[in-house]
Design a protein around this ligand. Structure first.
Ligand SMILES: NC(=O)c1ccc[n+]([C@@H]2O[C@H](COP(=O)([O-])OP(=O)(O)OC[C@H]3O[C@@H](n4cnc5c(N)ncnc54)[C@H](O)[C@@H]3O)[C@@H](O)[C@H]2O)c1
Length: 266
């Protein structure tokens, strides 16, 4: 209990999925949580369910002026930020993006996906440092398993997540050099069942559960992850328990990257 007591935490993409689970957990553990998203009704409703330890702001993570507005409000209301979870992201499988393989993806879709997934993390880190400088803090950047391996069907997503992994290490070393006491780490989840998967799973209940079973069969632990599996990692990295961890990457994938079924057998 109270592992992040009285810390001020900002979460992007907090209206649903991993961001929403993390908002609830950090508030339960004593933080004041600033939820942000573009799904305003859902996010505001979630903040009101959480209660007095939560507030909601509209923040399109790809817009610098939105960051400036929210950061200005945080500075004047609270004077600081302790935890920043740069979580918002898109897979790019919505109809409008078109194919996402490296041969057929459009340059416009490549740019848009990098803008939402990667430029956002650059902006978040930049303004996070501004709010944390002087007293320290923890920045947690949402990369993916897809940032560590190639993904033929999702090239822009994989590239944006790989760049987040690298930028995390740059921010970590920069802040250490400057003696800011700001830590920066990246998360690399595998398959976590959230609304992000809706565009990849059928709406038909039987087809959906068959698709989930198929995905699960390729995961050593035999199942997809839950949003709380990731939320607990954010809680740890955001807390003072992780005070010696910076520039690290934490894989949460049920063992997918640990090895291959093609390994030699006796
Ligand atoms: N679910 C997985 O299997 C998985 C695996 C690895 C990494 N991730 C990453 O985790 C993060 C959260 O994913 P999720 O699974 O909870 O997905 P989700 O789609 O359920 O939630 C993403 C949230 O981000 C918000 N968002 C999208 N564009 C935004 C923008 N421009 N500005 C602000 N908010 C925006 C959405 O409104 C939504 O609330 C993403 O960065 C995703 O790439 C997810």
């Amino acid at each position: 209990m109270n592992r992040v007591q009285n810390k001020i935490a900002l979460i992007t993409g907090a209206s649903r999925g991993i961001g929403a689970a993390t908002a609830r957990l950090l508030a339960d553990e004593g933080a004041l949580v600033i939820l942000t998203d573009i799904l305003d009704e859902v996010g505001a409703e979630l903040a009101s369910q959480i209660g007095s330890r939560a507030v909601y702001y509209h923040l399109d993570v790809s817009c610098e002026d939105h960051w400036q507005k929210v950061v200005g409000d945080i500075k004047s209301k609270y004077g600081r930020l302790d935890i920043l979870f740069n979580n918002a992201g898109i897979i790019g499988f919505e109809e409008r993006f078109g194919p996402q393989d490296p041969e057929n993806a459009s340059l416009a879709s490549w740019h848009e996906i990098h803008n939402v997934n990667l430029d956002s993390v650059f902006l978040g880190c930049k303004y996070g440092i501004y709010l944390m400088k002087g007293h320290g803090g923890s920045i947690i950047n949402m990369s993916s398993r897809s940032g560590l391996v190639g993904i033929p069907s999702s090239c822009a997503y994989a590239s944006s997540k790989a760049a987040i992994r690298n930028h995390t290490k740059t921010v970590a070393i920069y802040c250490a050099q400057q003696k800011y006491n700001i830590r920066c780490n990246s998360l690399h989840p595998g398959a976590i069942l959230t609304p992000l998967w809706d565009s990849m799973l059928s709406n038909h209940p039987e087809e959906r559960s068959n698709a989930i079973a198929h995905i699960s069969s390729g995961i050593p632990l035999g199942k997809m992850g839950e949003p709380m599996d990731v939320a607990y990692a954010v809680l740890y990295l955001g807390s003072d328990e992780a005070k010696y961890i910076t520039g690290a990457e934490l894989v949460l994938d049920g063992g997918i990257l640990a090895g291959s079924t093609a390994s030699p057998r006796r």
